[in-house]
Unconditional design. Structure first.
Length: 196
């Protein structure tokens, strides 16, 4: 598979993404700074609307990564569809209102959200997604996890769920303690073998 760039109006370039489905559109001076008035975003909107008018689209995917000064939840995407096969949000601040929008107003088959402080276990239990992967920025309550597992197992919630991954924050100190415990266990195991 090869890439072929197409020059568009106003200096915007569109190309197929290497070894991925989809297109990448570029044309701004700094890709790190968002400006809703830049030609690349306007063309993405026009192109998206045009494609939905001439093609039958099986599914939409959306990925929200850190992009300063960009109103992701105010952009054109939500005017086109509210149904997505995959929704990914990483390294971004998502407020409480946007969290509710994602989990309640959108229909998402596969949702992945990392470090959103507004997601609750109740939100997870009420989700209709088939795959959920959430990394919480704070430690999770074990009783809530056990409750979710029991309710899921009994068929009371998440009936269509195929995969559920709930992670807490990566804690270097806890990992270091686990490594020390493992080293101590191995050391003791070797000592026991020498005695026997």
């Amino acid at each position: 598979m090869h890439e072929r760039a197409v020059k568009w109006k106003e200096g915007v370039v569109m190309k197929g993404m290497y070894r991925k489905e989809g297109f990448m559109v570029g044309g701004r001076k700094s890709w790190r700074r968002a400006d809703p008035g830049t030609p690349d975003l306007k063309i993405m909107e026009e192109l998206s609307i045009h494609l939905t008018q001439i093609l039958r689209i099986n599914s939409f995917n959306v990925k929200h990564l850190r992009l300063s000064e960009f109103d992701f939840f105010g952009c054109f995407v939500w005017n086109i569809t509210k149904k997505f096969k995959k929704f990914v949000a990483k390294n971004v601040e998502i407020n409480e209102e946007a969290t509710r929008f994602i989990l309640k107003d959108l229909e998402i088959e596969d949702v992945e959200i990392k470090d959103c402080k507004w997601i609750t276990m109740k939100d997870v239990m009420e989700s209709e997604s088939k795959k959920i992967k959430i990394k919480f920025p704070n430690d999770m309550n074990i009783d809530e996890l056990v409750n979710i597992a029991n309710l899921w197992k009994s068929g009371n919630i998440l009936r269509d769920m195929k995969s559920l991954s709930l992670e807490g924050p990566f804690d270097v100190e806890k990992r270091h303690l686990r490594n020390e415990d493992m080293a101590e266990f191995i050391k003791k195991e070797k000592a026991d073998k020498k005695i026997n």
